[in-house]
Ligand binder design. Structure first.
Ligand SMILES: [Fe+2]
Ligand SMILES: [Fe+2]
Ligand SMILES: [Zn+2]
Length: 381
């Protein structure tokens, strides 16, 4: 039994294991969490020394103040971006699909947020960070939907509402475990956005993705410090962190609208997880846990998605500078973002993505007179 569980967790991405994996944040986690905990304990013996780099760090009692100082210097507003410069016609079919996947991740903000704030409400440092984080994430949400609009693939209002309505099951009861989950997803967000940016030929989108990636990196670093400080106080917390990594905790599991969509989105993200990302990832694991667990994570990612069509290596071992071959991602439900469930009472949906997009476009046009003719032309199209 234990071997089955262990190999499932270690091969989380593969074949039938993908389905267990997609459900590991549902109510089924009562069953799966102890399995992940057992695997984490086996992979990380209690006497594993702490990483010397982690031991050498000293962290403030309140990391929010430092974050706030840094963040206010970097503040920006997405409506100041000139979306008339966007050239979605330069995107490959896969990149167009990926835009919907990243938009979904950022659309989940409102659904996941109450669980975060609830967990953090008695910890002023984390609660205060939550406020700034939420505002910063709003740029991503709006930016992606504004870009989808330029692509001519604006979501039906009901689709956005269905994401917002998800009764999101909190990642954990322990606020520090929630912090570890958020750390993990900010790390993945950073890596995937950065790599996605490197593949797109539209300079506007590449620039926007780079900007968002830097935000995610900053979020990651904040949570990483919170988690590392906790590990210094209690090295056994490393097993919780490892569990979170093995589960690949993310909002996608709950907001994608079914297991097949979850897997489609996770595979979409995995496409942008190449050798540099793998190396960065295991370096973070080494810092936090004292062991990079390279073999474990190599097994984990091996076979997750088809090999690179350019170099034939496993995706996570691919060093190609450019690896998008122009083919769409084979998705189980390709048109998922158009699908909406019938509303019970048929009441009109007030989900203002569309209105916001229009108003922000107008505001952006006002801020950038040079953009007027092109923006006006497409706005009436
Ligand atoms: Fe984000
Ligand atoms: Fe973030
Ligand atoms: Zn390659």
């Amino acid at each position: 039994m234990f071997e089955t569980v262990a190999s499932l967790a270690e091969r989380a991405f593969r074949a039938s294991a993908k389905y267990v994996f997609a459900l590991n944040q549902s109510r089924l986690k009562v069953v799966t969490d102890p399995m992940y905990e057992a695997v984490a304990a086996r992979l990380l013996p209690a006497d594993t020394p702490l990483s010397p780099r982690l031991l050498a760090q000293s962290y403030d009692h309140n990391l929010f103040l430092e974050y706030r100082t840094r963040s206010r210097k970097l503040e920006y507003f997405i409506e100041d971006f000139d979306f008339s410069q966007a050239k979605p016609e330069l995107l490959t079919p896969r990149q167009r699909q990926m835009m919907h996947t990243v938009a979904l991740g950022e659309t989940s903000g409102a659904a996941v947020a109450d669980g975060f704030l609830r967990a953090f409400r008695t910890m002023p440092e984390l609660a205060a960070f939550f406020g700034v984080w939420f505002v910063e994430e709003l740029n991503h949400f709006l930016g992606y939907h504004l870009y989808l609009d330029r692509m001519g693939e604006r979501w039906p209002a009901e689709r956005g509402l269905e994401v917002a309505e998800v009764d999101f099951l909190p990642y954990a009861d322990d606020p520090m475990e929630v912090a570890a989950c958020n750390m993990y997803q900010e790390l993945l967000g950073f890596l995937v956005y950065r790599r996605f940016a490197s593949q797109v030929k539209d300079p506007f989108l590449a620039n926007m993705l780079d900007r968002f990636a830097k935000d995610e990196l900053r979020h990651y670093k904040f949570y990483q410090s919170v988690v590392a400080r906790r590990i210094q106080q209690d090295p056994s917390f490393r097993r919780v962190v490892l569990k979170v990594f093995l589960k690949a905790t993310s909002p996608y599991n709950q907001v994608s609208g079914g297991v097949r969509n979850v897997i489609d989105h996770l595979e979409a993200g995995a496409f942008y997880f190449r050798k540099p990302e793998f190396e960065y990832f295991t370096k973070q694991v080494e810092f936090l846990l004292g062991d990079p667990l390279e073999q474990v994570f190599a097994n984990y990612f091996r076979g997750a998605i088809p090999p690179c069509t350019v170099c034939s290596h496993e995706a996570y071992q691919c060093s190609c500078e450019s690896f998008d071959d122009g083919e769409p991602q084979p998705r189980r439900k390709p048109e998922w973002w158009k699908h909406v469930s019938p509303r019970v009472n048929g009441a009109p949906v007030d989900m203002p993505i569309e209105a916001w997009a229009n108003q922000l476009r107008t505001a952006a046009r006002g801020a950038s007179p040079a953009a007027r003719p092109a923006a006006a032309a497409t706005a009436s199209a």
